[in-house]
Design a protein around this ligand. Structure first.
Ligand code: HEM
Length: 133
């Protein structure tokens, strides 16, 4: 993969990550305040498209740069935490879940997302916490 393609993919990946957390936060606040737009089809399908593109751009970069779980443990941590972020999103955004549980899942989702970004920037599974150990 050419360096130009890699840089382009990383820009795309960063953009999808930004869209993902903006969408998550907007829908979470919308569901918490019972906004009808959160139940519209586009509000439910668009996040899946963005998260799929986020993952595809990640896999393409990993393939292009030859990252594997062995030589890049930070990437494994990101994949696991992406699944955690998706799971917390399911709880935070389901109107039938108790309100308190949705509130906690929403805050936890945003914190997990922030840690994934910290892993991306530090290339450490512990992110900025690695400085403490
Ligand atoms: C919510 C999920 C994710 C977020 C928020 C996220 C965020 C980011 C950010 C902000 C960067 C740019 C770092 C920089 O500018 O130096 C990045 C890079 C990258 N991410 Fe992700 N990412 C996510 C998921 C994933 C997953 C699941 C993988 C692995 C399959 C992955 C693999 C990569 C790779 C390979 C890079 C490029 C590293 C480099 O060349 O510096 N990301 N990610």
């Amino acid at each position: 993969m050419s360096p130009e393609t890699y840089v382009l993919l990383r820009h795309a990946h960063r953009t999808f990550a930004t869209l993902s957390i903006l969408g998550f936060t907007a829908r979470w606040l919308g569901v918490m305040s019972m906004q009808p737009w959160t139940q519209q089809r586009v509000a439910k399908t668009l996040p899946h498209i963005i998260d799929t593109l986020l993952l595809l751009s990640a896999l393409a970069m990993a393939w292009g740069a030859g990252f594997t779980p062995e030589n890049a443990p930070w990437m494994t941590a990101k994949i696991v935490l992406l699944l955690v972020y998706i799971g917390l999103g399911v709880v935070a955004l389901r109107p039938m879940q108790p309100r308190k549980r949705r509130a906690i899942a929403g805050v936890a989702g945003i914190l997990v997302f922030a840690h994934i970004v910290a892993i991306a920037l530090t290339k450490q599974p512990l992110g900025y916490f690695a400085r403490l150990v």
